[in-house]
Structure formats: C-alpha cells, structure tokens
Design a protein around this ligand. Structure first.
Ligand code: ATP
Ligand code: MG
Length: 599
C-alpha cells in the first residue's frame, strides 16, 4: 500500500449517483478522463483482466478463436451497410490528413464479415466463430453511472458464420450456453429476455439482463417463464367494435382542460352520465420528434388512451434507427394545427386537408399520426378539437378519423398480459450485460460474403453476433457486491485474494506482517499488504473495507500474545489464530473460497 498507485476518497464524487460508480471512484479503481470516458487504475485493471479472463476461458471452451481488430476504421465498409449514416450522432467520425473519412468503431460486424470474405470461400471452411475483446466507441446521448454507459467501453464481440439456418441455430445455442456459464462464474444474477418484438419475427435475439433497481432497461416476466425487454413487448390490435349506436361527433367548449384530469372533470360537468367519464375514455395525442440519422427532425403525433403514458424508449425502439424526444416549442412552430393541450386527430395524419402525396408516394403537408393498438376501430373518444379550449366528444376511429398506422408506444404496466398468452406481467429493471442476435444474411449480402456449397453453388453466409459489456460488468459486480463500508468482491474477480494489515507501532508487527505477505504470495496467492508506517489503524481498516479484497489478515496488538486476526470482508466475521498457523489457515480459507468459485 505504501507504493500502490491508489488514493482512496472518503467523500462521494459529485458526479456519481449510483453506488457502483461512487465506490469504484472512491476506492481508486477508475478515474474520469472526460464525460463517459474512464482511466483504469491498477486495482480496476486487475479486476477488468480477471473478468476478461473468465470471458476468454468460456469463449475458448466453445472453440471460438480470438482476433483483434483496429478501433480506427475506414468509412467504406460502414457505407456499404448504411451504418455510416444509420448510426447518426452516436458515431465518432474523423478525417485523416488526406481528408479521408474514418470512424471509431461502435461494433465490428462489417470488419468481421470482410475478413472472412477475404480468407474463406468454401462451405468446408464453416462453421466458424471469431471474437475479440476490444475497445468500442459510441457517442452516447446520455453517458451514465461511470462505466455502465460509457462513450468508450470494452466489449467482447463474437460473430458466427454458417452456410445454413440450422448451423446458425446451433452456434447461437452454443453462445447462449457459454453466456450462462460466464454470468454464473461471475456471480451475477441474470434473466434472459427476448429482445425481438414478435412483429420482426424469424431470427432470435435475446438480452442477458442483470436485475437491479438502477438498471436502465425495463423488462417484464411472469410466473410461466416468459421474459422480455419491455421494448419487445407487443400488444395485440384491439378487435373492431360496433359504432352504430354512437351519436355524431360533437365539439364542445371545454375551458382550461389541457390535462387529462381537468378534461375528465369538465366532461363530467358538461355531459354527466351514470358511470362517470374516466381518463380511459379520452384519446391523448402526444407529440414526439424522431431525429433521423440523416439529421431530419420529424414531428409525429401518437394517440394513446388517456389513462396510459407514453414510454419514449418503446417509441424509440419502434422508430429505430431514429432517436426520439418530446417535441419542443420550436418543433411546434411550423405546425399551427397542433394546438397545445387541444390536439386532435381530425387535423393531422391522413385526416388533414393539407396532406399531399406525390407520384413517388412521398407524403407531405401533415404530420404522421400513429395509434396505440389498444384503440379499436369503431371506438368513440373524447379528444382535442384542434382549437383552443375545445374538445370533441364521440369521435369514432374509422368513422371520423383515420391513422397512418399503429405503434407500440405506451408504457407496460404490471398486470398487462404477456403477448404469448402466458399470463399477467411483472415489471423489473435491469442492466444489459450481453446480447445475442441472429443477424441472418444482411451483412453477408451487403458485403458479398458467399461460399461455394458441396454442389458448387454460391451461398450467402448467415451470421450471428454476440456481445458482452466487459467494462459494464465491473460496474454490475460493484453494484451487486458492496455494503455501506465499501466494495466486497467475490474472490475470483477481486484485485487480490487477501489484504494484510500491519496495525500498531512495533517493528515486530511490521516484520511479521511482511513475512506473512511473502509466504502467502510464495504460496501463489495475491496479496495487498498495508505496510504504511505513519497511517493509523482506523484509516487502514477503512481502506481495507473500501477496497473490498475478500479476506483480511490483521497483525496488530494481539501479536504480543502470539495471535493475529483473520477477517472475512463480506460477513465481517473475525477470529484470532496463533501466528504460527496464520499462513496455513489463511491458505486453506483462500483455497476453499477459490474452489467454491470454480477456480
Ligand atoms: P444499450 O441498449 O445498453 O445501449 P446496445 O443494445 O446498444 O446497448 P449492443 O450493441 O448489444 O448494445 O452491445 C453489446 C453489449 O455491450 C451490451 O449488451 C452492453 O453490455 C455493452 N454496451 C453497449 N453499450 C455500452 C456502453 N455505452 N457502455 C458500456 N457498455 C455498453
Ligand atoms: Mg443490445
């Protein structure tokens, strides 16, 4: 500790909100270099290397082979797949001295595809699985929580290559099994969530989410074993209802009714009925902006039942690759038909008199209008009348207005039905640790990766891509393994196996502690030794607790009676052992702990 490059902090850094971020900075594992960009200090790098090693071991066990690509790449391959544009502002783009375009890779599908194309040409060369552990760059809109969402981060990305779908399925399953082993060895709880909306169908895509309240991803699950990312949950289209008894639509003055609650109150005054109006009787029209990769800001109106909120992440998933945000006053300026608080369907979408469609089929003159699938054709609504202080009653979908389509926009609630009919859903939050994805032939087609099959026929290769957020895993571990005092690592990822503290003044204390440190490291264990001379026992204990090495060995006052103390960081248990037995006792404990973690 007297020469370890670490400076522990007693206070939480101002920019750190979640415990894992606070503790990794305070314990001297990482240091911020720029927003979303972190430097790894010696302790952090030790843990990172151990996590990487576990990932490597399990990749090796599958037969996957490690390669290493540059992070700095030319534009052309990403142009061929349109991702140079599709990635939008998330891509770090740069130019060389000759003005050629380059990028810092956010992921490497293109390069792997081209490498295999470069070297392989026969079905006999397949199946193939390649991977790397490498630094990725994404100019994330919201870098967050230290290394959980960085703009530079470390990913393990693997890619499979097969001639046929059966081959892809087999390699996908192999990776899925390997991921289960990796997260089990890491001691991280995980849920495998379907990441694909039923609508996209066909190929498989699953995310490994680590349940935690600080997670950014919402996922759903139920007792029957259904689990999916909230973005992938689909809602069946509500069946048509009979509108023959619905009176004609009627515009009414509804003063000061810009919110659903005030509108419902006004409706109950104006048109009282036996069962009072409720938010579910209103059609809420929410204005969002889709920022397309080419820079276009498209204003879109989404109609949802008034008792439901719009979930922007679900909207974004539905409108990918566009990024989505709530519309600003500026966005509304060009759309006088969108009267804030009183927006209704009759002036927008296909209902707008201003809408034109040219010969190419390009729509202009009015915003797109999309509906939640819960809105049935034939259902009647109270909704905005496109004029200040006015709403329309009994406006019927299919009779009085149309939409441009449906969209999965509303937030999923506990109790909503699972799309596969398996029962009501529960909600939870998680961090995405990994993602496995059947890409199919898209990349191979765009980049011309083909092989000759046994009949000499040209076949487009089918691919899968399999990512793990290696640096993010550190944060997940720190989040799962800590207490009020500091970090508390499982032994197989800890920066060291045992932390020896010399507390007290006598030379014999320091000499004994140093001897124990040497003997334990000679026995093959990794030791942190707090040999600092003019540092109090209190400070040494605090640092031991903060750093989170799983086992402690304290050489202090008890030495006068021939005793040292053995501690366990996670449980806080402490007991004295005779100094003569210290090395064998500690070695037994460490061996048992390592064995329990499969090491
Ligand atoms: P997210 O939805 O969290 O933005 P993603 O779906 O874009 O992630 P993938 O492209 O599937 O991520 O990347 C594979 C893995 O890399 C993810 O499962 C995640 O663990 C990790 N990862 C992705 N983005 C980041 C980031 N900005 N910082 C740290 N790790 C990341
Ligand atoms: Mg993903």
């Amino acid at each position: 500790m007297s020469n370890l490059f670490v400076r522990t902090l007693r206070e939480n850094p101002a920019d750190a909100e979640v415990p894992s971020h606070q503790l990794l900075v305070r314990a001297g594992y990482i240091r911020r270099a720029a927003p979303g960009i972190y430097t790894w200090l010696p302790l952090g790098l030790k843990v990172l290397r151990k996590v990487e090693q576990i990932v490597r071991d399990e990749m090796y066990a599958t037969g996957a082979q490690e390669v290493h690509f540059p992070a700095l790449l030319p534009r052309e391959p990403y142009e061929a797949t349109n991702r140079w544009t599709e990635y939008g502002p998330n891509l770090f783009r740069l130019k060389d001295r000759r003005e050629n375009d380059y990028l810092l890779a956010p992921t490497h599908e293109e390069m792997f595809t081209l490498l295999v194309k470069d070297l392989y040409s026969s079905y006999k060369d397949l199946p193939l699985m390649l991977y790397q552990i490498q630094t990725k760059y994404r100019d994330e809109a919201r870098p967050r929580a230290g290394v959980i969402r960085g703009r530079e981060f470390i990913m393990k990305d693997a890619y499979s290559f097969d001639v046929d779908d059966a081959g892809l399925d087999a390699q996908y399953q192999t990776m899925r099994d390997a991921y289960e082993k990796i997260f089990t060895r890491l001691g991280l709880d995980y849920v495998i969530c379907s990441a694909m909306s039923g609508a996209m169908g066909g190929s498989r895509s699953e995310e490994f989410l680590h349940p935690t309240t600080i997670g950014e991803d919402t996922f759903v699950r139920n007792a029957s074993g259904y689990a999916a990312n909230a973005e992938a949950v689909t809602t069946p289209q509500a069946p048509d209802v009979d509108d023959s008894d619905v009176p004609a639509a009627e515009v009414l003055d509804t003063p000061d009714s810009t919110t659903i609650d005030t509108l419902v109150a006004v409706a109950n005054q104006l048109r009282p009925k036996d069962e009072p109006w409720s938010p579910a009787d209103t059609l809420k029209n929410v204005v969002v902006v889709a920022k397309h990769p080419n820079g276009e800001r498209e204003v879109i109106v989404i109609g949802v039942p008034g008792d439901r909120d719009v979930d922007l992440r679900r909207v974004e998933a539905a409108l990918a690759p566009a990024e989505v945000e709530v519309a600003t006053a500026d966005d509304l300026k060009n759309h006088p038909e969108l009267v804030p608080g009183y927006i209704g369907p009759t002036a927008i979408g296909p209902n707008s008199a201003k809408r034109t469609i040219d010969e190419q089929g390009t729509v202009s003159g009015s915003v797109r209008y999309l509906l939640d699938p819960r809105i049935a054709r034939g259902s009647a609504w109270i909704t905005g009348a496109n004029a200040d202080q006015k709403h329309v009653f009994n406006l019927v979908y299919g009779r009085d207005f149309e939409a441009d389509g449906t969209i999965e926009a509303v937030e999923i609630r506990a109790g909503d039905p699972a799309p596969d009919g398996s029962g009501p859903l529960e909600l939870a939050r998680g961090i995405e640790l990994g993602h496995i994805f059947q890409l199919g032939r898209k990349y191979a087609e765009n980049l011309g990766l083909t092989v000759l099959d046994e009949f000499g026929k040209t076949r487009v290769v089918t691919m899968g891509s399999y990512g793990i957020g290696v640096s993010r895993i550190l944060a997940a571990l720190a989040g799962a393994y800590h207490d009020d005092l500091g970090l508390s690592w499982p032994i197989n990822v800890a920066p060291a196996h045992v932390h020896i503290l010399a507390t007290g003044k006598g030379d014999d204390i320091f000499e004994t502690a140093e001897r124990l440190a040497f003997e334990l490291s000679a026995a093959g264990f990794e030791v942190v030794y707090d040999d600092r001379a003019r540092v109090s026992a209190g400070v040494k204990f605090k640092d031991y607790e903060l750093l989170g090495v799983p086992h402690g060995l304290v050489v202090g006052r008890g030495l006068a009676d021939g005793k040292v103390e053995i501690r366990h960081r996670a449980t806080g248990e402490a007991r004295d052992v005779p100094v003569g037995d210290a090395v064998t006792t500690m070695a037994d404990i460490l061996r048992a702990d390592l064995a329990a973690h499969g090491e």
